[in-house]
Design a protein. Sequence first.
Length: 100
Amino acid sequence: MSARGLRSLAELLNAGGLKDLATEAERRRGLTERVRALLPSEEAAHLVSATTGAGGELVLVMDASVWAARVRYRAGRLGAERLRVKVLPRPGQSDKPGTS
């Protein structure tokens, strides 16, 4: 491939689908940080990510079910009319019952 055919990483990140992906990642990072700031420090430390669902609901991903249960009661404090909390599966766990 000629030097003319090569593009810099910055050019690739600013083009098409990669630009959209980078924009979405930055949006989620910012939302996650804003949500973290609203949570007590114990719960904030276990927040993996935050995003919004198709229906406008706030979707939080926590690293353990005990923290997910606690955060479910914080919808009002987070300013969310609808809140969905998911738990990140542990390595080696399957989402199918009876398997691991």
